[in-house]
Design a binder for this molecule. Sequence first.
Ligand code: FES
Length: 185
Amino acid sequence: TAEPHETGDLTDGVRRRDFINIAALSAAGVGGAAVLYPLISQMAPSADVLAESTTEVDVSAIQPGQAIKAVFRKQPLFVRRLTPAEMEAADAVPLSALRDPQTLAERTKDGHHDLLVTMGVCTHLGCVPLGAAEGENKGEFGGYFCPCHGSQFDTAARIRKGPAPTNLEVPEYVFSPDGSTITVG
Ligand code: FES
């Protein structure tokens, strides 16, 4: 690398070499990226493993009105079995009244619309909302209440009041063939 006392010519030479190296790398294009990627992923294996990790949750014992907390990629995950009244409450809200319009059916899986799976991470600044476990504060909309700045989510975990901009995120997940477990991720 160029030292401060080096002449202008030498510094220019270094800059030219850097330019040539950058040009060579760019010309390598996709091939260059393919070579670099394994090197990068070796430097940060934990992040790589984390990004591909899945979480299996036994949902068979969750009764209507109950919820459990799990952990997915080091973040809280809420799995909640809705009561018929909670599902009705979610369906009764017109989409036009929602900041982030999505029906309960769109936020759940076919044949399992009573099972609500969301990240337990407020979409405002990332606090963990309350209401996942039975008896916790579910706010005035019957879903989740974020104690940090007062965001409130309804029984479909959709944002209804407060600063959070979007609904609680529904992660990718699949049911086991018998419906007793879900695999998230
Ligand atoms: Fe939830 Fe701000 S982090 S309302």
